[in-house]
Design a protein around this ligand. Structure first.
Ligand code: NAD
Length: 250
């Protein structure tokens, strides 16, 4: 156990598997108490909880759909009743659908907006009073390299990921006075279910176009989140951190 985040209380939305799962595990490994939010993946959440406990960490799992106001309220109540507050919010819950614009129904468009953008808005809005009450803290949003490059058949997804950047920068301005930093991490192609199901016939091209010559691991995104959550990032706010193997630079 490394104690970079000892005494801190964290919430990771979509925190049971993939990138979110690695973030939950890494925050816990660094001493934070972690509320792992999940929506459907109870099996993954339970497995992760066992793993965190086995490694000497402290965590809770809680089912909530981040796009539903009442469920976000319950999520915040749970963390307040259990641990008395919140220091770190990681907005990681996200969905991706594949369709050309002419085939995207309004329903599909709204579903992606609801989870990826409304979820971040609702969780941030509900978490801010708790973080303020602790004298400051961190909000870290998980966007995507696709917000910068665009992505075929993903106008809805990339719209939300680009929206997360604007949200982060404006919120960083608003919350600096409360000692709350707000940053965004933009992963490239990271090996999770989201990418696994889309990689057939494309993996080689992806690797060739990545200067580091491989896809990323969820832990590599999680490490950047731990850094931003820690005191080591105390003067960083309104920043975008690319974790993409060099696909997109700057
Ligand atoms: P994933 O599909 O494994 O994880 C997504 C998580 O979000 C799941 O745990 C899912 O249950 C949760 N979720 C979905 N809808 C939810 C809801 N309504 N309420 C609460 N939780 C919900 O995919 P991942 O690759 O681990 O993606 C995690 C985040 O990283 C996403 O925001 C994604 O856009 C982003 N991202 C992923 C990649 C990649 O290459 N894998 C690249 C860039 C950005």
């Amino acid at each position: 156990m490394i104690n970079l985040l000892k005494g801190k209380i964290a919430l990771v939305t979509g925190g049971s598997r993939g990138i979110g799962g690695a973030i939950s595990a890494e925050l816990a490994r660094n001493g934070a108490k972690v509320l792992v939010n999940y929506c459907n993946s109870e099996k993954y959440a339970t497995k992760l909880l066992t793993e965190i406990n086995k490694n000497g960490g402290e965590a809770l799992i809680f089912k909530a759909d981040v796009s539903e106001t009442s469920q976000v309220s319950q999520l915040m109540d749970k963390i307040t009743r259990t641990w008395g507050g919140l220091d770190i919010l990681v907005n990681c819950a996200g969905i991706m659908k594949d369709n050309y614009i002419e085939d995207i129904t309004l329903e599909e468009w709204e579903k992606v907006i609801n989870v990826n953008l409304n979820g971040m808005f609702l969780c941030s809005k509900a978490a801010i009073p708790l973080i303020k009450a602790r004298g400051g803290g961190r909000i870290i949003n998980i966007s995507s390299q696709a917000a910068f490059t665009g992505s075929l058949k993903h106008v809805h997804y990339t719209t939300t990921k680009a929206g997360m950047l604007g949200f982060t920068y404006s919120l960083a301005k608003e919350l600096g006075q409360y000692n709350i930093t707000v940053n965004v991490v933009s992963p490239g192609r990271i090996l999770t279910d989201m990418i696994e199901s889309r990689k057939d016939g494309r993996e080689e091209e992806w690797i060739v176009n990545t200067p580091l010559g491989r896809l990323g691991k969820p832990e590599e995104v999680a490490n950047s989140v731990v850094f931003l959550a820690s005191d080591k990032a105390s003067y960083i706010t309104g920043a975008n951190l690319n974790v993409n193997g060099g696909i997109l630079m700057g």
